[in-house]
Design a protein around this ligand. Structure first.
Ligand code: GLN
Length: 519
């Protein structure tokens, strides 16, 4: 599936920096296709990819130690422009004859950078000084022959250096992070002006081209897809539906732990009355799941039961379908990189099914049409394909669903309570326009019951906890500052409209110390 081969391409060489995926994203935001490779990738392989430009990322090593991550000196004489960022900049200097040492003064955080050569193509149009994000212990104490210093800071004599004739650029700060005020412009200057990319990477032709390729690859093979109602599997399914029509069977397991009306929404889009020509199987397995979950209170066990039961149900359905040639997975690029296949970042997510094939269904090959895309690109493709906005902009939702937003035992009644409360909270957030800025918000059902009075009658009912966070990467998160009036309206409606709730809490804990989901 090489729909990307005809695109001009920039390669990011990963030295283990924490922002490496961001570098690739920024390049793609310039409409230039970009892939991440480990620094261990042989030079021949890189040359064969005919990149228009190469970017070396930051990394935890110090170039002067014996076990440091290195690259071949020939990388700098391929005739392809190279941009080194932080560790990448230090490495470029080190390899080409400059010197890197432990800095007397390390720099961390926002730093004023003085641009010494406003005519540098990298800094074109950017006023000096400019705020940049620094994160280093080492510094370039002497630049390599042929280079000139193009920027410095109070503590760092070489904040940037270049040898424009050879197309080599080294910058000590991180242009890929948003804290670097004009970082995106610098990256754009590099890929468009210096590398000469035209910016031909468009999500629109991605969809059309991918559909064409899927069609020729699959022919009249039979394809099976597990739909979760999430963005990735929905977009993957639509691409496949457009490519092979009725040879695609989508199995949607309703485990009874979805948000209110979500199952019906998925059916509306993918079912027989929806716009796509495919085979749709909805398995209403609610009872089956509730039975398995009866009496179980421990979160890890609940997760396990839900996961296992899901596979069992899916397997039963796959058997009914008979022959399956291809299994669709909604793998996206961060899954690939984080599994250690693309870049260098340690195996952060070993649970992703990248490379390791599920063994519970017999099939010939796996199809992952989104494996080169970032999440926001997947959403763009989804919009281009006309998938309803509700599905395309769906918030992250845990695989075990409401099973883990109900603390303690899961019962059908508790599911109903949390679904109704959650729907009200979401409506009120939308009315207040907070849905556009909050990253994830929902209602959870605590296992706490307490005494209340309603209509002069004593109650002994549940407490709902509301959670809403703002975050960019979901690694850390801040609580959303919801205006009091919105919280009060939500509380009022939940108490009035949802039976068996007599208290509403708002969880104001950030992550860390807490996490985003409650259980
Ligand atoms: N480890 C190198 C230093 O401390 C590079 C750091 C980085 O790339 N962020 O200077």
């Amino acid at each position: 599936m090489d729909h990307v081969q005809q695109h001009e391409k920039v390669i990011v060489i990963d030295f283990g920096g924490q922002y490496n995926q961001l570098v690739a994203r920024r390049v793609r935001e310039c409409s230039v296709y970009c892939e991440i490779y480990s620094y261990r990738t042989p030079l021949e392989q890189i040359r064969a990819m005919q990149p228009k430009g190469i970017i070396l990322t930051g990394g935890p090593n110090s170039v002067y130690t014996p076990d440091a991550a290195v690259c071949s000196p020939e990388l700098f004489s391929l005739g392809v422009p190279v941009l080194g960022l932080c560790y990448g900049a230090q490495l470029m200097q080190h390899v080409l004859g400059g010197q890197v040492e432990r800095a007397p003064e390390r720099e961390y955080g926002k730093t004023e950078v003085i641009l010494d050569e406003p005519k540098s193509a990298l800094f074109d149009g950017i006023a000096s000084p400019t705020t940049c994000w620094m994160s280093h212990n080492d510094y370039i104490s002497r630049i390599a022959d042929g280079f000139r210093v193009t920027a410095h800071t109070a503590n760092c004599p070489v904040a940037a250096a270049e040898d424009a004739a050879r197309g080599l650029y080294a910058i000590q700060f991180h242009p890929e992070v948003l804290h670097t005020e004009h970082g995106f412009e610098m990256i754009r200057h590099f890929v468009l002006d210096i590398c000469g990319c035209s910016g031909d990477w468009r999500m629109d032709d991605f969809a059309e081209r991918t559909i064409e390729e899927l069609r020729s690859r699959i022919g009249d093979g039979k394809v099976l897809c597990a739909l979760s109602g999430g963005v990735d599997s929905s977009v993957a399914a639509v691409l496949l539906a457009k490519a092979v029509g009725k040879n695609l069977t989508c199995v949607f397991v309703d485990h009874g732990l979805l948000r209110k009306n979500e199952g019906d929404m998925v059916e509306e889009v993918f079912g027989p009355n929806g716009p796509y020509d495919l085979q749709f199987v909805r398995v209403n397995a609610q009872e089956r799941f509730y039975k398995k979950l009866a009496g179980v209170t421990e979160p890890e066990r609940k997760r396990k039961i839900i996961g296992e039961e899901f596979i069992r149900v899916f397997e039963d359905e796959a058997k009914k379908i008979g022959r399956v040639d291809y299994l669709v997975q909604g793998t996206i690029y961060p899954d690939v990189v984080e599994s250690g296949l693309g870049g260098e970042s340690a195996t952060i997510k070993s649970h992703h099914n990248v490379g390791g094939l599920p063994d519970y269904v017999d099939f010939k090959e796996i199809v992952e049409p989104l494996r080169n895309l970032f999440k926001d690109e997947v959403r763009k493709v989804g919009r281009h394909l006309g998938i309803p906005e509700k599905l395309v902009s769906r918030q992250p939702f845990p695989g075990p669903g409401l099973g883990i937003r109900i603390i303690g035992e899961v019962t059908a009644e508790k599911v109903r309570i949390v679904q109704d409360a959650d729907a009200i909270f979401r409506e009120e957030m939308e009315k207040a326009g907070l849905d556009r800025t909050a990253s994830q918000y929902y209602a959870a059902l605590t296992n706490l019951r307490s005494v209340g009075v309603m209509g002069d009658e004593r109650t002994y009912d549940y407490a709902i906890a509301l959670r809403s966070v703002n975050t960019v990467d979901f690694m850390t998160a801040d609580v959303t500052e919801i205006p009091y009036t919105v919280l009060k309206t939500t509380m009022n409606r939940i108490i009035n409209e949802v039976e068996h709730v007599n208290r509403v809490f708002y969880d104001i804990t950030s992550k860390p110390p807490a996490t985003i989901e409650l259980e």
